[in-house]
Design a protein around this ligand. Structure first.
Ligand code: GAF
Length: 396
């Protein structure tokens, strides 16, 4: 078996150069500017953002970069190094399902900003995209693309881009994903891409949008957070994610609450529901409690003690929410067996990535065990990424 495969973050200037070169070769001339936004992992608080819960994600040192130039004919022309494909069309034609694929995230942002009155009907854009966020790995490459482009559009349109100015950009990015791309995701990913701070996680209350930054320094705790990309593709636009969200919304209707966060008696609420809604609600209610628990430990500088909550989160996602996969379970079990303090799937699930909190001197043993176990079970070869809490979307 080959040595464990690490994906190293690429220097942002090299990423910028690639996007600028693609821009010049496609459109001729220079872009008006270049913007970047990060991928993310969620430390804890999974499948609770659309239930009015609390989440605790942070930005990764892997980014999506867009080189953008304004045009005045209401046309969008977007090209990406990922597929080599381009999409060109009138912005007036953008609608749910059109365009499809990655260009929906770009076109959807303009569509949403036009509808919210932030952009004039004549404005168009040339866009070149390059990303170091692995695509389809549950690390929010789509939110990174939406947010990098939303920030570019705002800057070029003279809109405010301070923290409060970013709120409508987050909303536009969520609408692009929900309404044009057709993925009924909850908003955590766009929020952290826009609001993250280096060295911190973002404690986000998805009921009212309030947030605060929680210090997160793995190194000072003698640890690393390792991202395990299982290389088993994850999809948010297939039926399973939407199915979980619909189950939670129906449970709220049955319980007579606006969100599960509003439930007063957790045990009574679960008892009042039938299967599988009861198990799904039990996950959501327990996971929200675990976010409080982890945020409290982090506030007290006790990173080494959060592992147990990570493990309980994974068990709940696997058994009650049923969004894990054989690849994720294998990665989590192997990481713990080799000395991780805690491990869990992260993001939407059904494939994608896991995270493991690992004492520094066990990192090599953990990644080797995860890779070996995948190999033995004939699962896809995983790759590993570094999770240093990083900054939000910005202009380069
Ligand atoms: C995906 C979604 F995009 C988020 O909104 C969130 O629901 C997450 O899955 C699960 O916590 O990343």
């Amino acid at each position: 078996m080959s040595a464990a495969q690490w994906v190293e973050p690429v220097d942002v200037h090299a990423v910028t150069g690639t996007a600028e070169a693609l821009f010049r070769s496609t459109f001729g001339g220079d872009a008006d500017g270049v913007w970047a936004a990060p991928g993310r992992v969620n430390l804890i608080g999974e499948h609770v953002d659309y239930a009015g819960g609390l989440v605790l994600p942070f930005a990764l040192p892997y980014v999506t970069v867009v080189a953008v130039r304004v045009r005045d004919d209401a046309i969008l022309h977007a090209v990406s190094t990922h597929t080599g494909e381009s999409w060109q069309g009138p912005l007036a034609d953008v609608a749910p399902g059109h365009p499809s694929g990655w260009s929906a995230y770009v076109a959807g942002v303009v569509w949403a900003l036009r509808r919210s009155g932030h952009l004039t009907a004549t404005t168009g854009f040339d866009v070149a995209v390059h990303s170091t966020v692995p695509v389809g790995s549950g690390l929010s490459s789509s939110a990174a693309l939406e947010c990098a482009f939303a920030l570019a559009v705002a800057d070029l349109a003279g809109l405010p881009t301070d923290e409060s100015g970013r709120r409508p950009l987050i909303d536009a990015s969520i609408r692009a994903e929900n309404e044009i791309a057709g993925a009924s995701t909850g908003g955590m990913d766009q929020s952290v891409a826009m609001l993250a701070r280096p060295g911190h996680a973002l404690l986000l209350d998805c009921r009212d949008g309030a947030s605060r930054h929680v210090p997160l320094d793995f190194r000072s705790a003698g640890a690393r957070l390792v991202v395990i990309d299982t290389n088993a593709p994850h999809r948010l636009v297939d039926g399973q994610y939407g199915n979980r969200r619909a189950t939670i919304e129906k449970a709220c209707a049955d319980l007579g609450v606006a969100t599960l966060r509003d439930v007063a008696d957790r045990d009574a609420a679960v008892a009042a529901l039938s299967s599988p809604a009861a198990q799904r609600a039990r996950h959501v209610l327990g996971e929200i409690r675990r976010v409080y628990e982890v945020a409290d430990l982090l506030d007290r500088g006790r990173i080494a003690d959060i592992g147990d909550a990570l493990n309980r989160s994974h068990a709940s996602l696997r058994d009650d929410y049923e969004v894990s996969s054989v690849e994720l379970d294998s990665a989590v079990d192997a990481a713990r067996e080799a000395g991780a303090w805690g491990a869990r799937m992260t993001g939407g699930g059904f494939g994608g990535s896991a995270i493991a909190l690992v004492p520094t001197d066990r990192v090599d043993a953990v990644v080797e065990n995860v890779a070996r176990r995948a190999d033995t079970a004939s699962l896809p070869t995983p790759q590993f990424l570094h999770a240093e809490p990083s900054g939000s979307a910005h202009r380069l």
